[in-house]
Design a protein around this ligand. Structure first.
Ligand code: HEC
Length: 218
């Protein structure tokens, strides 16, 4: 996915009182510099969230490509079914978690809640600019970051319309996901939403690691 998609970050929601809160987190301050501003902290956590998505997405893509290579799209369906939830679970640690939701979901667990559905809608309608954003749901304690998931060419093997689904995929989908709604997409369509949740201050350490990971740099 385009890195530029995640580079742009809108900051909305709460501007929360700062000094008192940040003094309780001395590690967020440089030794000689004054306490980091709320805005700087917001920018950092948003950048770390975008990197967290990158990490998750490349783990997913790695499994997907390996599955496709080993068993074609039909074989990869089995692998996705088992591995996708496991990869999400493996990314749940140190105050951070991630999920994918879609208004036309395949896995029945990936239904968006009403807030997520609303945000997804804004992305679908092109009203959410810049293209990814985060906000504090509870000031200094619970943070969410949202980014759209865009359908690429490869995805059409398993999420496209009847003409582009790979052979054998419709039958296998019926077997694995009898209530599947995740077909009929075209390249460039928004397939769903990444939702990152960060609990603070537990999430601070992983935030630092993500920001320091040069393999995830822009
Ligand atoms: C080999 C078939 C296959 C390919 C190719 C594939 N997917 Fe999926 N996709 C699946 C399966 C199977 C699930 C359900 C996984 C589960 O049970 O959690 C899924 C679930 C998803 C979900 C979670 C929401 C939902 O509907 O449950 C998103 C978002 C998604 N895929 C996006 C993509 C994107 C974007 C691509 C292309 C980069 C892609 N997929 C390529 C098979 C595939």
């Amino acid at each position: 996915m385009k890195k530029t998609l995640f580079a742009a970050i809108i900051i909305f929601g709460i501007s929360f009182p700062l000094a008192g809160d940040d003094i309780s987190q001395p590690s967020l301050r440089g030794s000689s510099s004054p306490a980091i501003t709320a805005e700087a902290k917001q920018t950092k956590i948003a950048e770390a969230s975008s990197r967290f998505i990158q990490r998750f997405q490349s783990a997913l893509k790695g499994e997907l490509m390996a599955g496709m290579k080993a068993g074609g799209p039909v074989g990869a369906l089995d692998i996705c079914k088992i591995k996708a939830p496991k990869i999400a679970a493996a990314h749940t640690h140190s105050g951070w978690s991630i999920k994918r939701v879609s208004d036309r979901n395949r896995n029945p667990q990936n239904i968006p809640d009403s807030v997520e559905a609303d945000i997804l809608n804004r992305f679908v309608e092109g009203k959410a600019t810049p293209a990814a954003f985060g906000h504090w749901v509870k000031p200094d304690s619970l943070y969410h970051y949202y980014a759209p998931i865009v359908t690429g060419k490869l995805c059409l093997n398993c999420h496209g319309d009847a003409a582009s689904l790979a052979s054998g995929v419709p039958e296998k989908l019926k077997e694995l996901y009898p209530d599947d709604r995740a077909v009929g997409y075209k390249e460039g369509d928004i397939r769903g939403l990444f939702v990152v949740t960060v609990r603070w201050p537990e999430g601070e350490e992983l935030m630092r690691q993500l920001l320091a990971d040069s393999t995830l740099a822009e």
